[in-house]
Design a protein around this ligand. Structure first.
Ligand SMILES: Cc1cc2nc3c(=O)[nH]c(=O)nc-3n(C[C@H](O)[C@H](O)[C@H](O)COP(=O)(O)O)c2cc1C
Length: 211
C-alpha cells in the first residue's frame, strides 16, 4: 500500500508540509509505505497545450514533472496538499495536476474524430485514492479545496472523505505554526486512517474476486 503526498508550497518544510507529514506518519503507523514530495525547488512548467501527449502517450515536456508522474502512477493513494494563495491552489500544484490529468488521459485513449462522445478507457490515474489538503491563514479554503476535488472527480479517481474538510489553519504573517493547530492535526490523523481503510477495502475486494 503506497501513499504519495505532494506538497505544493514554494517554501520548504512550511505549514502544508507539517500537515502532510502528520497524515503520512499516521498512514505509516497503519502499515502504508509513504513518500512526501515537496515541489519547492523543482522545475515544473505548466501544460503548453502542445497536444503531443495524444500520440506520445506521455507528457513530452522534459522537466521534473516526469519523475513525479512516475511516482503518481505507482501510488495507490495521493494526498495533494497546497497552501491557499488568493483562494486558489499554488501554481506549482496546478502545473502538476494539469499535466498529470491531461497526459494521463491520453496514455489510455485515442483522439477520435466522431460525433459521438469518446468511449473513454480510463486514465493512468484511474482508481487512485485521492484526498485534498489545503492550508490557509484565514480564508479561501473552499475554493482551493474544490479545485483539487474537481480535478480528482474528472480523472477517474476515488475521493476519500473525512468528518471535516482536510484543512489546516496556520501561517499568519508567514509563521510556521501548524504545530499549534490541534484541530487540524486531528483532521489529518483521521484522514490518514480513512485513506488506509479505503485502500485496504478495495484490495480486499480484488483478492476476493481472484480467490
Ligand atoms: C501569495 C500568497 C497568497 C496567500 N493567500 C491567502 C489566502 O487567500 N487566504 C489565506 O487565508 N491565506 C493566504 N495566504 C497565507 C498562506 O496560505 C499561509 O501562510 C499558509 O500557512 C502558507 O503555507 P506554507 O507554510 O505551507 O507555505 C497567502 C500567502 C501568500 C504568500
Amino acid at each position: 500500500m503506497k501513499i504519495l503526498g505532494i506538497c505544493s508550497s514554494p517554501r520548504m518544510e512550511g505549514n502544508t508540509f507539517y500537515y502532510l507529514k502528520t497524515a503520512l506518519s499516521e498512514a505509516e503507523k497503519l502499515g502504508a509505505e509513504t513518500e512526501l514530495i515537496q515541489l519547492s525547488g523543482k522545475k515544473i512548467s505548466g501544460c503548453r497545450t502542445c497536444y503531443e501527449c495524444v500520440n506520445a502517450k506521455k507528457c513530452t515536456q522534459e522537466d521534473d514533472f516526469q519523475e513525479i508522474f512516475e511516482k503518481i502512477t505507482r501510488a495507490d493513494g495521493l494526498l495533494l496538499a497546497s497552501p491557499v494563495y488568493h483562494s486558489c491552489i499554488t501554481p506549482e500544484m496546478k502545473c502538476v495536476l494539469d499535466r498529470a490529468g491531461f497526459s494521463g488521459r491520453w496514455a489510455k485513449n485515442e483522439m477520435k474524430e466522431t460525433k459521438s462522445s469518446y468511449e473513454w478507457k480510463g486514465s493512468a490515474l484511474s482508481g487512485k485514492i485521492v484526498a485534498p489538503v489545503t492550508v490557509a491563514r484565514r480564508a479561501g479554503q473552499n475554493f482551493a479545496f474544490a479545485e483539487i476535488l474537481l480535478w480528482a472527480a474528472a480523472n477517474d479517481c476515488i475521493i476519500v472523505g473525512n468528518t471535516y474538510w482536510n484543512v489546516g489553519v496556520a501561517g499568519k504573517g508567514g509563521a510556521y505554526n501548524a504545530n499549534e493547530d490541534q484541530e487540524g492535526i486531528g483532521i489529518m490523523t483521521r484522514l490518514a486512517g480513512n485513506m488506509v481503510d479505503v485502500i485496504k477495502k478495495l484490495n480486499a475486494e480484488v483478492n476476493y474476486e481472484q480467490a
